[in-house]
Design a protein around this ligand. Structure first.
Ligand SMILES: [Zn+2]
Length: 59
């Protein structure tokens, strides 16, 4: 997931802002980590550079 995307994404459930917790990545990309919604506290995972931002009903 490219870092600049953080400026454009929000929680698919409540549109709250997401907090990035990164465990692996480089200068431009986050490869592994989690995105936590600061509003509803849902957690979305980032695996192999792909953020899983599907709402609950599409999982
Ligand atoms: Zn949310």
């Amino acid at each position: 997931m490219k870092r600049w995307i953080m400026d454009y994404i929000c929680c698919p459930e409540c549109k709250g802002s997401l907090c990035l917790l990164e465990s692996e990545g480089d200068e431009t990309e986050v490869l592994k980590g989690t995105l936590t919604c600061t509003k509803c506290e849902r957690v979305y995972s980032i695996e192999e550079g792909i953020a899983d931002l599907l709402p609950d009903n599409q999982r």
